[in-house]
Design a protein around this ligand. Structure first.
Ligand code: COA
Ligand code: AMP
Length: 629
C-alpha cells in the first residue's frame, strides 16, 4: 500500500483520531477533546469543545516562535508600481491596530464586517483583524456591481463595511466609493460606519459615516486575540447558485484552521519559511484559503498580487513574481495560463527569469484543458497539478497530494479524493455507477473539517441545495466519473452555474436581470466554450410582440443592464434577439441543447422538443466560431 492509500484509509476508518491528530498542529486556547459532533446531523460540527483564535494561529504565534522578521505577506502590484513586504511582526501590529479600530467602532464577536476591496494588503489585514476579535467577515469581490453588493449587505447585515477609494484594472482606475454608496442606498440594511482606505491613485470624498483607514489606525489601541468557539463562524462567502440570490457559505474557525493547515503540507507541500503565490483575488474562496489563511497558518510567505497575469506591463509577471520571491508553489486558474500563452505562446518571457525554486504549479477553479496542461508542463518542467474543489468545501476535495505521495498525472483528471472526502458517483436513482460511467458527483456525509457547516441564516436552503437530492450525501453540483484506479474526472456542472475566467457565476441570475427589460418576453442565458475564459455567457432573448425597436439597440441595452446589475465580472457581452427559444412540449427551455450546438457538439435534439424548426433557425446564431474552443 502506498503512502496516499495509508493516509486515506486512516482518515476513512478512524476520522476521529485522524482529525484530532491533525488538530495538534493548531494552537488552541482549549484543545478539543472530540473531533466530530453529529448530534444535530445533518448539521455536523467539528471540534465542538475546542476554543481558538484563527488570527493568533495565522500571525501572532509565528512571531512568538521567532519568525517575526520573516516575510509573511508580500504585496506586489505592477499596476501601481508598488512592492511592500510585511514581516510577521509588522503584520501582527497592523492587524492588531485595525482590530482595535474595529473594536472602537463597536464591532465585537459575531458581528459582521463586509469587505469590498481591491487586491491591496489592507484587504488581508481587515480579514485577519475580524478574525482577531471574533467578528465575521464577508469579502465581496470588487468586480460585482452595487446591486450584488447590496444583496450581500442585506443578508450579512454588517455593522461596518471596509472599502477603498479605488481599484485598478489594467490601466483603468475604478472608483469604489461611488459603487459602495450606491449599494448602501439600495440596501435595506444600513451599516453604521464605512472605513475607506484612501489610495494615492484616487482619493474618495468621505461623508459623515465614512472614516479614513489611516486616521483610525493611527490612534487605535492594539487589540488582543479573542479566543472563540471552534464552531463560531470565521467568515461568510457568497457564491452563485441557481437563482439570483447568492448563497452565504459559512466557514467555521476550528475545522477550517485544521483542514487548511493540513492541506498546506499534504497537498501543496508548503511549510514555514517557504513561499506560495496564489494568483487569484481575496474575493474568491481560493483567495481566502490560499492567499490569506492557508499560507499564514503554515508560517509561510504569501504573495498578494494586484494585477492581471497579462497586460500591465506584460505576460511575464507571474514568472517575475516566482523568481523574485523564490516561490515554491504557484496556484492559479487555468484561464490565467491561457491568457499568458495567448500573449507569449513560446514562453519566451519565462526564460528570462530564474524559476529554479518553483516546484509545483497548481491549477483549479475550472476544468483544466489538456492544451493548457501540456503547454505549462513543457514550459516549466515541474508537476502541473489540477485539483478540484468549491467555495463550499474551502479546500480541495480531489487532488494529487504531492506532500503525501505524488501520483502519476493523468491529463483531464484532478486525480484522487483527498483523505476525509468520500467521493461517489451516483445515477439519478441514487445508485452508484460502475467505474468510468458519468453521474452526479457527491460526497458521503459528514464532510471533513473546513467544509461549510451551513448557509448563513438559512439552514433550510443548505439542506435543500446540498443534502436533499441524495439521502446521506452532499451534492457537489458537478457531474463526472471515477475510473478503475480511483482517478476522478469532473466533466461539468449539472446546474446553472458557469465558470468564466475561473469566476463562478449564475446564468439564472443573468436571466433574472434580462427579464426585467421592458421589451423582453423571454430569455435564456447559456455558458458557451471560450478559448480564453473557458466559458462565457451568451444571452438569447425573444422580444415582446409589437416591439418595434432595433434588435441591436435592445441587445446593447441588455449587455449594459447586466454590467450595471451584476457587474463587469459577468462578462456578458453577447446577447442576441431571436424569434423563439426552443422548448419541450411542457414549456421547458432546452438550454442544454443550445449549449451543445453552441459548443459545436453533435447534440441530439430531444424527443420532447415542441418545434424542431426553432432549433434549426437558431443554429447559425448559436454557432459563432470565435466563441468556440
Ligand atoms: N474590480 C473591478 N472590475 C473587475 C474586477 C475587480 N476586482 N475584476 C474583474 N473586473 C472586470 C474586468 O476589468 C473586466 O472588465 P471589462 O469587461 O470592462 O474588460 C471584467 O470584469 C471581466 O473580468 P475578467 O473575466 O477577469 O476578464 P479580463 O479580460 O479582465 O481578464 C484573465 C481575464 C483571464 C486575465 C483574468 O480573469 C485572470 O487572470 N483570471 C485568472 C485568475 C483568477 O482570477 N482566478 C479566480 C479564481 S482562482
Ligand atoms: P468555486 O466555488 O468558485 O470555486 O467554483 C467551484 C466549481 O468550479 C466546481 O463546482 C466546478 O464546477 C469548477 N471547478 C473547480 N475546480 C475544477 C477543476 N479542477 N476541474 C473542473 N472543474 C472545476
Amino acid at each position: 500500500m502506498g503512502r496516499y492509500e495509508t493516509v486515506f484509509r486512516a482518515a476513512a476508518e478512524d476520522p476521529e483520531t485522524f482529525w484530532l491528530r491533525a488538530a495538534e498542529a493548531v494552537d488552541w486556547e482549549a484543545a478539543p477533546t472530540r473531533a466530530l459532533d453529529s448530534s444535530r446531523a445533518p448539521f455536523h460540527r467539528w471540534y465542538p469543545d475546542g476554543r481558538l483564535n484563527v488570527c493568533y494561529n495565522a500571525v501572532d504565534r509565528h512571531v512568538e516562535a521567532g519568525r517575526g522578521e520573516q516575510p509573511a505577506l508580500v504585496y506586489d502590484s505592477p499596476v501601481t508600481g508598488t512592492r511592500r513586504t510585511y514581516t510577521y511582526a509588522r503584520l501582527r501590529d497592523e492587524v492588531a491596530a485595525f482590530a482595535g479600530a474595529l473594536t472602537g467602532l463597536g464591532v465585537g464577536r459575531g458581528d459582521r464586517v463586509v469587505i469590498y476591496m481591491p487586491m491591496i494588503p489592507e484587504a488581508a489585514v481587515a480579514m485577519l483583524a475580524c478574525a482577531r476579535i471574533g467578528a465575521v467577515h464577508s469579502v465581496v469581490f470588487g468586480g460585482f456591481a452595487p446591486p450584488e453588493l447590496a444583496v450581500r449587505i442585506d443578508d450579512a447585515a454588517p455593522k461596518v463595511v471596509v472599502s477603498a477609494s479605488c481599484g485598478i484594472e489594467g490601466r483603468r482606475l475604478i472608483p469604489y466609493k461611488p459603487l459602495l454608496d450606491q449599494a448602501i442606498e439600495l440596501a435595506g440594511h444600513r451599516p453604521e460606519k464605512r472605513v475607506i482606505v484612501q489610495r494615492p491613485q484616487e482619493r474618495a470624498e468621505l461623508g459623515p459615516d465614512d472614516l479614513d483607514w489611516a486616521d483610525l489606525v493611527a490612534t487605535a489601541p492594539a487589540a488582543p486575540c479573542v479566543p472563540v468557539a471552534a464552531t463560531d463562524p470565521l467568515y461568510i462567502l457568497y457564491t452563485s447558485g441557481t437563482t439570483g440570490k447568492p448563497k452565504g457559505v459559512v466557514r467555521d474557525c476550528g475545522g477550517y484552521a485544521v483542514a487548511l493547515l493540513w492541506s498546506m503540507g499534504a497537498v501543496y507541500d508548503v511549510g514555514a519559511g517557504e513561499t506560495m503565490f496564489t494568483g487569484s483575488d481575496v474575493g474568491w474562496v481560493v483567495g481566502h484559503s490560499y492567499i490569506v489563511y492557508g499560507p499564514l497558518l503554515a508560517g509561510a510567505t504569501t504573495v498578494l498580487y494586484e494585477g492581471k497575469p497579462v497586460g500591465t506591463p506584460d505576460a511575464g509577471q507571474f514568472w517575475r513574481v516566482a523568481a523574485e520571491y523564490g516561490v515554491k508553489t504557484m496556484f492559479t486558474a487555468p484561464t490565467a495560463f491561457r491568457a499568458i500563452r495567448k500573449e507569449d505562446p513560446k514562453g519566451t518571457l519565462a526564460a528570462g527569469y530564474d524559476l529554479s525554486r518553483l516546484r509545483y504549479l497548481f491549477l483549479a477553479g475550472e476544468r483544466l484543458d489538456p492544451e493548457t496542461y501540456h503547454w505549462a508542463s513543457a514550459l516549466l518542467d515541474i508537476p502541473v497539478i489540477d485539483h478540484w474543489w468549491q467555495t463550499e468545501t474551502g479546500w480541495p476535495i480531489v487532488a494529487n497530494p504531492v506532500g503525501i505521495e505524488a501520483a502519476p498525472v493523468r491529463p483531464g483528471s484532478p486525480t484522487r479524493p483527498l483523505p476525509g472526502w468520500d467521493v461517489r458517483v451516483l445515477d439519478p436513482s441514487g445508485q452508484p455507477v460502475p467505474p468510468g460511467t458519468d453521474g452526479a458527483i457527491v460526497v458521503r456525509l459528514p464532510l471533513p473539517p473546513g467544509a461549510l457547516p451551513t448557509l448563513w441564516n438559512d439552514d433550510a436552503r443548505f439542506v435543500g441545495s446540498y443534502l436533499s437530492a441524495y439521502d446521506g450525501y452532499y451534492l457537489t453540483g458537478d457531474s463526472g466519473h471515477i475510473d478503475e484506479d480511483g482517478y476522478v474526472y469532473v466533466m461539468g456542472r449539472t446546474d446553472d452555474v458557469i465558470n468564466v475566467a475561473g469566476h463562478r457565476l449564475s446564468t439564472g441570475s443573468m436571466e433574472e436581470v434580462l427579464a426585467t427589460h421592458p421589451d423582453v418576453a423571454e430569455c435564456a442565458v447559456i455558458g458557451v466554450a471560450d478559448t480564453l475564459k473557458g466559458q462565457v455567457p451568451r444571452g438569447l432573448v425573444v422580444l415582446k410582440a409589437g416591439t418595434v425597436r432595433e434588435s441591436a439597440e435592445v441587445e446593447a441595452e441588455l449587455v449594459r443592464l447586466v454590467r450595471e446589475r451584476i457587474g463587469a465580472v459577468a462578462s456578458l457581452k453577447d446577447v442576441a434577439v431571436v424569434p423563439a427559444l426552443p422548448k419541450t412540449r411542457s414549456g421547458k427551455i432546452l438550454r442544454k441543447t443550445m449549449r451543445g450546438i453552441a459548443d459545436g457538439l453533435d447534440e441530439p435534439i430531444p424527443s420532447t422538443v415542441d418545434d424542431p424548426n426553432v432549433i434549426e433557425t437558431l443554429r447559425p446564431v448559436l454557432r459563432r466560431p470565435e466563441q468556440q474552443a
